[in-house]
Design a protein around this ligand. Structure first.
Ligand SMILES: N[C@@H](CCC(=O)N[C@@H](CS)C(=O)NCC(=O)O)C(=O)O
Length: 207
């Protein structure tokens, strides 16, 4: 049995959805319900995964790669060129799109500043986030999902991130038509719905 440490609706939900797809046993535990979470996970962030053997794995990308390999998932291609393409988009999610939102979260919730100035900085940061969505939108011109014909964890994560528009309603984050189609398709997947249900969460579509 795995234990997944979560903040429901955050990036950890991408892992919840993946665990549902893999059909493995797990329990989600909210970070707030752990007495001294920082003792378990030094960054104090989610996701963190405790394996049935007791190992704690942190960093979302490491958790994804561990799970895909451990459960021999076809999401992780064996062909090297296809694998590189999959990793490219996985890292685009984790190392590019997610941190771009991270900067917005920091300005919204962590920095003391004048409210007018805050709104202005959020609008500037939203321009960068929108330009990243535009890259995905172009990629989806001729593909149903980000890495091809089948949905993968890369799509789950993008769909989770897209819901964060609700935290920045006035910043002007723009999602293109293909991205909106992706969000419709991915949020309707049984594993996606099961993952959110497991955390008693409703998915907030960004449009
Ligand atoms: N590099 C980390 C980033 C994780 C991260 O930013 N987690 C956010 C949720 S999406 C978090 O725990 N936020 C709460 C906090 O920082 O206190 C990863 O990819 O796992």
């Amino acid at each position: 049995m795995y234990t997944l440490y979560t903040i429901p609706g955050s990036c950890s939900s991408g892992i919840t959805v993946l665990l549902e797809k893999l059909g493995v046993s797990y329990i989600p535990v909210k970070r707030e319900d752990v007495d001294d979470y920082a003792a378990l996970v030094p960054t104090n962030q989610v996701p963190a995964l405790q394996t049935p053997e007791g190992q704690i794995i942190t960093e979302g990308a490491a958790i994804v790669l561990y799970l895909l390999e451990k459960h021999s998932s076809s999401m992780l291609p064996t062909d090297l060129a296809k694998k590189a393409e999959f990793l490219r988009w996985l890292m685009f999610d984790y190392a590019t799109l997610h941190p771009a939102y991270g900067r917005m979260f920091a300005i919204r919730f962590r920095v003391e500043m004048d409210e007018g100035e805050r709104a202005g900085v959020l609008r500037q940061l939203a321009v960068q986030v929108s330009s990243l969505w535009a890259i995905l939108d172009k990629e989806l011109d001729e593909k149903r999902f980000i890495t091809g014909d089948e949905p993968t964890v890369v799509d789950y994560l993008a769909t989770v991130y897209a819901s964060w528009v609700k935290n920045f309603p006035d910043a002007g984050i723009v999602l293109g038509t293909n991205v909106r189609r992706l969000i419709e398709d991915v949020s309707a997947l049984p594993e996606f719905q099961a993952g959110y249900k497991k955390e008693n969460q409703e998915y907030h579509k960004p449009f």
